[in-house]
Design a protein around this ligand. Sequence first.
Ligand code: MG
Length: 184
Amino acid sequence: MAKILFSREEMTELNIKTLNRRGIQVTDIAEIAFNQQSRYTKDIVFNDCVESVLKILSFRDVFHHIQLFAEIDRLAEENKLEGPIGDILRADLGLFGIDELVGLDIASLYGTIGQTNFGDIDVNKPGLVNTLNEGGKKEGVCHTFMDDIVGAIAAAASTRIAQMYNEDKAHENPNVTNISIYDL
Ligand code: MG
C-alpha cells in the first residue's frame, strides 16, 4: 500500500527537499521572518527564526500545502494543466487570488497577526518573495503559489517568534509558573 502518513521528521525533510527543488532555502525564509519581526521585537535571534521555520515545516497541514502547490507550479511550468488554468497560472494573473488564499490559510496557524504579517509580506515582497515573483515572470517558470507559500511560512515564523518572546516576558513575572504543556 502506498505510504500516505508521514512523521513530523519525515514531513520536515520532504518539505525541505521540495522547497530546495523549487530554489528555496530554509534560511532565506528565516531571513524574511527575522527582518519582519526585528521591527517589532528587540534582540531576536536568527536561529530562533530558523527553528520556527522548521517547526512550521513539520505541520501536516503545511506539508499538504507545500506538496500540492509545488506540484501545481511545476505542472504549470511543464504545460501539463489542461484548459485555461495553465495560462492563468503561468501569467500569475493579479486577479487570480487563490494563491493569496493559500498563503492566508497557512499564516492563520498563528492567528490574525499571522495573517496581517502575511499581508505585509505579500504587499512589500521582501527578499526571496521578490526573487520568486520576478523569476516567475520568465518564460517556462511558474512561482504563482510558491511565492505566497514562502511569504506565509515566513509570516507564521515571525509571529511565532513574537509569541515566544512575549511568553518569555510573561515568565519574568514571578506569579507565572513554568508549565511546559504549551507548544507554540
Ligand atoms: Mg503568488
